[in-house]
Ligand binder design. Sequence first.
Ligand code: GDP
Ligand code: GDP
Length: 434
Amino acid sequence: MGAIVAIVGRPNVGKSTFFNRLIQRREAIVDAVSGVTRDRHYGKSDWNGKEFSIIDTGGYVVGSDDVFEKEIDRQVELAIEEADAIIFMVDVETGVTGMDEDVAKLLRRVKKPVFLAVNKVDNAKRAEDAVEFYSLGLGEFYTLSSINGGGTGELLDALVDKLPDVEEVESELPRFAVVGRPNAGKSSFINALIGEDRYIVTDIAGTTRDSIDTKYNRFGFEFNLVDTAGIRRKAKVKEDLEFYSVMRSVRAIEHCDVCILMLDATRGFDGQVENIFWLAQRNHKGIVILVNKWDLVDDKETNTIKHYTQKIKKAIEPFTDVPILFVSVLTKQRIFKAIETAVEVYNNRNKKIITRKFNETMLPIIENYPPPAYKGKFVKIKFCTQLPTPYPQFAFFCNLPQYVREPYKRYLENKIREEYDFSGVPITVFMRKK
Ligand code: GDP
Ligand code: GDP
């Protein structure tokens, strides 16, 4: 699990430019793979080997100019509550504004690390202008130019230095997080599992209690169910709800072993659901997809499930080895099957393959179809092993690791998935120098 960093600030200071720069390096890999560029306001980044989730709060502010001010205040408050560190971005072109002062006032009271980032400092002259931001009373600031990347290294050095240490804690109970968009049926699901009305489920905003963990025992297996549904009480308007649900989901995903990603069958696997999916994948978490409210789909001829499944698989390519279940919390259809599947995914994620057996299986496969020669050089893979990490990662030792391209690594991943059950679990393949 990793820390969560929120970027706050008024519109047009350059938050999304900075955000895109941050997630670019790693995100580019995902995008190259799927061939799709996604509009995302949260993602995973890393600096100096430290990973963190980053949220561009600006992506959630909608409305006309006069509602901006209130919206921003509220979202800054939410960000302060949910994030581990905050980057407050201001704009040297416009200088200090009243809105900046309001946000600074909120941030001065915060105990968490706050980084004042003066953006659009594209040249030395502007670096001099930046001194006026001392008046915000937040102390030292970082000057940067998000457009050309200047200064971002210093800011990130300081940021990761202050981030809480978040190594994966073992020996705790397994944690399953139920995530998804508001109204997907998450709290109804947990309710139905627990079989008592611990949560008040209703269509009216403002009634579900705050998220809590529920210790749960099923199939002789004890685990914590993490509910992210308790977001309504704090959300005052519709935009808040989506924003707050994202904050909660990011946190829940960071802290769980398996994500139970629930969607409303009548709304489909939309962009927001897809975002949550990729965040879970990037965090190396197990994933089970539940298509809920299946009772509302009338046209249930034999092919409906097949077509629905194909559509989802298309959206999650190339990581398609994920269980997709069609459930109805209302009629309790397959809800226990859902938990059983989550347990299987949990076990897959913890699977350790004996090195000798792994070599016996993989080396003949590799011999049969070796990595293609690259620049006239032949790659010889001699040995492979699963790494002792909390989630499945595999290292293949060879003479020229840099010459093994992405498609061959994907080939190896597919072969591993054919030979062993890693359903629902992202796996990583590394080439190492031998
Ligand atoms: P947001 O509303 O805070 O997310 O701001 P955007 O990232 O959308 O940026 C607003 C405008 O400022 C865009 O036209 C950007 O190209 C521009 N911008 C962002 N960063 C910089 C920078 O470092 N220097 C300059 N000169 N312009 C920038
Ligand atoms: P959450 O925001 O994801 O926690 O969603 P809720 O559990 O509050 O459910 C939102 C609405 O969907 C409520 O009115 C539920 O009664 C309804 N709902 C949940 N599951 C189902 C289902 O399987 N079928 C139908 N028809 N409605 C459902």
